[in-house]
Design a protein around this ligand. Structure first.
Ligand SMILES: Nc1ncnc2c1ncn2[C@@H]1O[C@H](COP(=O)(O)OP(=O)(O)O)[C@@H](O)[C@H]1O
Ligand SMILES: [Mg+2]
Length: 238
């Protein structure tokens, strides 16, 4: 199988504060992989270290076979990696269109128009809101905009941090379906989620983090269907 992302023994955090204590994780081509785990266990920090936004201390990260450990975000974006942060992922004082344009600042204008059209096809709710300020969007629409903005750089690997947090069940379902469609379109997805049941139901594989380590990994369906795992780690079967 074609490995897109391979992480081995990753340690890191914020300066001298170590949060991640040796993470091993892989994402294969076209896979949808979910990371779950309790609050504060290092899920967001892991994505930030991968994307060059927090301190990489030790361990190896390869992307399509190239060692990209500790690389800066702009170089990673050029390789086809995009990241949607958990918070502050749109510019509220800019319009929806301007937010999308910011995502494609490196593109030529014709390509940018194409990419914005593609985002509108994927998230039709955004189209009538193009000239509205991002601040006026609902939570669900904001997440759609944040994902669309990340897609403008035409990534092949998408890192998403809790895109359904604080959304209504309708939007949670819709956003996860959209992410699943992206995967079907050939984008590999690494998702951090609180909503374990919904995200695992769409994923190929899952990783459970605790205390900055991987405590369990396996097929998403086996994690979902094993009552012991579900009860112990996820509160799924209560
Ligand atoms: N900027 C930061 N500086 C120092 N510590 C941080 C920073 N951001 C988060 N942390 C700490 O890192 C730990 C892991 O946080 P985080 O990765 O956000 O957890 P999760 O996403 O799993 O809820 C927490 O103890 C948190 O307080
Ligand atoms: Mg987090």
């Amino acid at each position: 199988m074609n490995t897109v992302l391979e992480v081995t023994g990753l340690e890191g955090g914020y300066g001298s504060v170590q949060i991640l204590n040796g993470i091993d994780l892989t994402v294969n081509k076209g896979e949808f992989v979910t990371i779950i785990g309790p609050n504060g266990c290092g899920k967001s920090t892991f994505l930030k270290v991968l994307f060059g936004l927090a301190t990489h201390k030790q361990g190896i990260v390869t992307h399509n076979g190239t060692d990209v450990s500790g690389w800066r975000s702009d170089r990673l974006v050029k390789r086809g990696i995009a990241y949607v942060p958990q918070v502050d992922n749109v510019f509220p004082s800019l319009s929806v269109r301007e937010n999308l344009q910011m995502g494609g600042i490196q593109l030529r204008s014709r390509k940018l128009v194409e990419c914005i059209d593609r985002a509108c096809n994927m998230f039709p709710d955004l189209e009538p809101r193009m000239n509205d300020l991002a601040a006026s969007l609902s939570g669900g629409e904001r997440q759609m905009l944040a994902i669309s903005r990340a897609l403008i750089s035409d990534p092949t690997l998408l890192l998403l941090d809790e895109p359904t947090a604080a959304l209504s069940p309708r939007y949670q379902q819709q956003i996860l379906e959209n992410i699943d469609e992206l995967r079907s379109g050939g984008i590999s997805v690494l998702l951090v989620e609180q909503n374990a049941r919904l995200s695992l139901s769409k994923s190929d594989r899952g990783y459970i983090f605790a205390g900055g380590k991987v405590v369990l990994t396996g097929d998403a369906s086996s994690i979902l269907n094993d009552p012991k795992i579900g009860e112990y780690f996820l509160g799924l079967h209560q």
